[in-house]
Design a protein around this ligand. Sequence first.
Ligand code: GUN
Ligand code: ZN
Length: 430
Amino acid sequence: MIEHLLLGQTLQFTGDALADWQAATRHDSAGAVLIRDGRISDVGPAETLRRTYPQAPVTDYGDALICAGFVDAHMHYPQTTMIASWGKRLIDWLNTYTFPEEAKFSDPAYADMIAGRTLDLALAHGTTTLTSFCTIHPASVDAWFQAAAARGMAVVGGKTCMDRNAPDDLRDTAQTAYDDSKGLLERWHGQGRATYAITPRFSPTSTPDQMSALGALWAEHPDCLMQTHLSEQVDEIAWVRDLYPDARDYLDTYEAHGLLGARGLYGHAIHLEPREIDRLADVGAAVIHCPTSNTFIGSGLFDMMGLASAGLRIGLATDTGGGSSFSMLRVMAATYEIGQLRGTPLHPAQLMWLATEGSAQALHVGGQIGHLGTGAMADLCVLDLASTPAIAQRRASADDIWEALFPTLMMGDDRAIRDVWVAGRRVAAG
Ligand code: GUN
Ligand code: ZN
């Protein structure tokens, strides 16, 4: 039995903080977390846990904040090296920057290098789980899951499928997309901490035949996730309308081919029709908010509170490299800013809940990851709430934990990550 007792401030969620953050939040200014064999086995006051587990080695983080590791519910690891590429909107951005970079993943050694680099950058930013699109190359999926296994991380990934409107060297077919995805999910889904997501990139780059093939594959493996993009930009929606003249709306291009379900993850989901919102809510699907990407690529303002009150699951994500940061702190700041523009600013507790519990629930692993509570995996992030002079001087006058935390959410970066634990192993020290 391997035990470790962490002391610090602790932040726990006991319910849906988006609905009622006061009822759902527990903060202890002198708290403790007991890790046993890779899982969290107790959380409580430091004094009590020290007395109960006198044999456990102790790491004392002082007044740093121990919380669940961040869960990034939508990103593209192959876009790590092209993050922050200037001046294009979605379709031109894909053609100019994204596709040439993704073509490089025909080289498995390159895929291995970028997968490892991405996960190390994520850990340095306090993110312990990522959900990634890979490229059309099956070896890019092997690279992703192998790099995560080497670090003990729970990740989601899948082969990106495209059989039209992409360069020759980035196209598969309906049949090879089915066969390769099937082979990969049989190899990886449920292996260690790996979860497979069937991955049609988005409706414009798949023919109806490919969509149907992937819908059939999902029906054969309903415990897998399915990830894609939905209604990100207005021009994209018009293009989808031309490509699928019989579809009632963008979501219908997925729905008609068996690609709408509870385990579906729909990235962006900004410009939704009422029917689309109703259907997503009916089936219990998740939409993933990618705020740093939505401002960077100029996509629009996600309606967080409207969609939450319609009953949708909502996850939070960087969308690297459409998103311009690897940091879920920056994603929380952008979520707050977009909430302000919509007249519905989120409370810091709601932002933290979304970046941990909300994303984990979107991935159907609520309570197992993104959760500071007994039985969850010990994937933890320790936040220094005074990591820069600018943050420290603001925090000095804070009256409560929320005022103490908010400057770090708004102004923090990887310097705020004091430590990270993955499956009960310490992986980074500030
Ligand atoms: N839509 C289709 N592919 C992509 C992508 O790689 N990034 C973003 N942001 N949107 C997409
Ligand atoms: Zn994306």
